[in-house]
Design a protein. Structure first.
Length: 196
């Protein structure tokens, strides 16, 4: 497996990335990219200079997953969006390699922070359907993963749970903010780790 830049001229790559986006989000976020057409539109935006797209590909040039980032706060911070691994290739280290490779690239930009918003639209954590006001941060401290919510994946990549927007996606459907410092070089352990 190797990490390459998302190449929008490479139609085969773009099509595979679009398919993965639809399939990876289908179970828990069916409204995110319900069609290939919408997924292609998301990919096309990566032509913009304030975006970085990376793909994980195997020896047969098959895309296993891809990650995007959007420059925010005048380049001091980057928003990780989106991250999708082919459902049949998940839990094999692909997501980890994509995040650590993105961090490696962003370190060169002198950005200080990488953050990601992780929706809970589908009762994946105990925060769903919980009254988060008037103490949203107290509730956030007690977060528990109920059904494969990716916040735990991000914790393992060194992110911290940093905030929450209660009812972001409608009543009882919060959006959870996670962030990490990228002001220091990624540790050799993280950079050198290969997919299993
Ligand atoms: C979340 C996602 C990107 C993770 O990718 P992945 O390739 O399966 O993750 P990895 O194999 O690199 O996992 C790294 C670690 O995180 C853990 N992990 C992965 N997904 C997890 C989840 N949903 N819940 C809890 N832990 C998880 C793995 O078990 C592994 O743990 P380990 O280091 O102790 O072995 C992938 O499941 C995916 O595409 N999901 C659907 C789309 C999505 O939710 N994207 C993120 C939106 S913010």
């Amino acid at each position: 497996m190797q990490i390459t830049l998302l190449d929008l001229e490479n139609t085969a790559m773009v099509e595979q990335c679009a398919r993965i986006l639809v399939q990876a989000f289908k179970v828990h976020h069916p409204l995110a990219w319900p069609t290939l057409a919408l997924a292609r539109e998301e990919l096309a935006v990566f032509a913009s200079e304030d975006r970085i797209g990376l793909t994980a590909v195997n020896e047969e040039s098959q895309v296993l997953g891809w990650i995007g980032a959007i420059g925010q706060y005048h380049g001091h911070s980057w928003e990780l969006h989106p991250l999708a691994v082919d459902p049949v290739k998940q839990r094999q280290g692909v997501g980890h390699l994509l995040v650590s490779s993105l961090e490696q690239r962003l370190y060169a930009t002198k950005a200080s922070t990488l953050y990601v918003m992780t929706d809970d639209e589908n009762n994946q954590t105990n925060l769903a359907d919980l009254a988060l006001y008037p103490e949203p941060l107290e509730q956030l401290k007690q977060i528990v993963n109920i059904n494969q919510h990716p916040f735990e994946f991000y914790l393992k990549q060194g992110f911290y749970v940093s905030g929450v927007i209660p009812d972001a996606n409608g009543p009882g459907k919060p959006d959870i903010l996670m962030s990490k410092s990228i002001a220091r070089p990624p540790s050799p352990e993280i950079v050198g780790l290969q997919a299993h």
